[in-house]
Write a protein of this length. Structure first.
Length: 431
């Protein structure tokens, strides 16, 4: 664990943690993984990865139901399974179930403990309760690792990752992932198009040399315990909680992106969250032709972002920056004007002054400006630029395929071309 991590964790647990109940336990485990559970069937428990030989895994499930869903039986199948297989209930609302010799499920029935989850908090509260309990168990000595792994019920982790040692300067990990789309169906096609959008966005950030070029899926990431506490935990949001947490953690240290086998994610249209993969896939399916739906960023947007980031050092050198003039040196006038308008709207001049006043040297000054212009502001900048320019593109346009319909095999080829440079491994039959 990092220097002073114990102090940071103690402070977080005493002031900010969301812990509706604390179990009385006498076991110890090597690893811990958190899985929010809403309208899930027990079948997902068969996908829990086996830890390395001689090691053990605690899976913290958090059963929840948002107030937007009036179905009192939404969690009944999973609740019944847990009750049937319970080994013990160390505290009301918490049940321990053995899943395998080396795997234990600790199920928190948040619906039982708190009732329905507020609409504005949704899955963010479920993840927060699970991660905060994992943090408490680490502090209490029940978990040997100082990493909290985050998964979803529709995802299957390769056991490979539980045996890894992560870089000492890593605040979080963002793992390879792949949606399972093994048949030619509208659902699978829409899912694959959305996955391609995720990859296209990260490639655009890499092209622009953004320090926030990493995927942010709650199903395939993990957090250093001390860093998680330092950024005050999982945001209490009904969606994008994973994006906001990793965005904060990127300011603490490295978001490590290992090569290797992917976390496998089931393709499904879902209304569990108000936005994200499930709702996006639903909208793409409804369009009938997801490859012709204009929601990809134009290369012009990433060209503008690249020019902005390249201008940071000169805007911090003490002279009053002329943002529009500097951007127009490398961009068409209309794009430079639109980018300038977005930066002024975000408050760039004030951020530049703040970075100058609060930095010891040029390197720290640039780092401060990148901390201000984080993943969230980068997204706002790109969205604002896209809306003002009308540069919404379809997958067919960004892939150069004109108006030709795309087969699953053609989409695989596009996906593989995107991810090969990251060293991600493909599952059999999808090369």
């Amino acid at each position: 664990m990092r220097p002073n991590a114990d102090t940071v964790i103690d402070k977080y647990l005493s002031l900010y943690a969301v812990l509706p109940v604390l179990p009385r336990l006498n076991q110890r485990w090597h690893h811990v993984m958190v899985v929010p559970c809403f309208k899930e069937t027990p079948e997902f428990l068969t996908r829990i990865p086996a830890p390395p030989s001689g090691q053990t895994l605690l899976v913290i499930g958090v059963m929840n139901r948002p107030e937007t869903d009036p179905d009192l039986s939404a969690n009944a199948p999973l609740r019944h399974y847990v009750e049937e297989h319970a080994r013990s209930s160390p505290t009301p609302g918490i049940t321990l179930c053995p899943l395998a010799p080396a795997i234990t499920l600790l199920m928190i029935d948040l619906e039982h403990l708190e009732g329905v989850t507020p609409k504005a908090e949704g899955v963010g509260r479920a993840r927060r309760v699970g991660c905060d309990l994992a943090l408490w168990l680490i502090q209490q000595g029940h978990i040997e690792s100082d990493w909290i792994y985050s998964c979803d019920a529709d995802a299957q982790w390769p056991a490979h990752y539980l045996s890894q040692s992560w870089p000492t300067d890593a605040a979080a990990i963002s793992l390879p992932f792949q949606h399972i789309v093994d048949t030619e169906t509208p659902l699978n096609k829409a899912t694959l198009i959305y996955e391609l959008w995720l990859h296209h966005y990260i490639l655009g950030l890499e092209f622009s040399a953004s320090p926030y070029a990493f995927h942010t899926l709650g199903s395939s990431c993990g957090f250093n315990a001390g860093c998680y506490a330092a950024v005050r935990g999982m945001p209490l949001r009904a969606g994008a909680e994973d994006f906001y947490l990793l965005n904060k953690l990127a300011k603490m240290g490295l978001i490590f992106r290992p090569a290797g086998p992917p976390v496998l994610i089931q393709a499904r249209a879902s209304d569990r969250v108000p936005f994200g993969t499930g709702p996006a896939v639903t909208r793409l399916m409804a369009s009938g032709e997801p490859e012709s739906m204009p929601f990809f960023y134009h290369q012009n947007n990433f060209n503008a972002l690249k020019q902005v980031l390249e201008c940071f050092p000169q805007w911090l050198d003490g002279q009053e920056p002329d943002i529009q003039r500097d951007l127009s040196l490398g961009l068409p006038e209309a794009i430079a004007d639109a980018a300038t308008a977005q930066l002024l709207k975000l408050g760039l001049p004030k951020a530049i002054k703040h970075a100058r006043r609060n930095s010891r040297d040029a390197q720290q000054c640039v780092r401060q400006l990148h901390t201000w212009f984080d993943g969230f502001k980068t997204l706002k900048f790109l969205n604002g630029l896209r809306e003002s320019s009308g540069d919404h593109q379809t997958f067919l346009q960004i892939s150069g395929n004109g108006s030709n319909p795309q087969t699953r095999e053609a989409l695989y080829a596009q996906r593989n071309a995107m991810i090969n440079q990251w060293g991600w491994q493909l599952t059999p039959g999808e090369a």
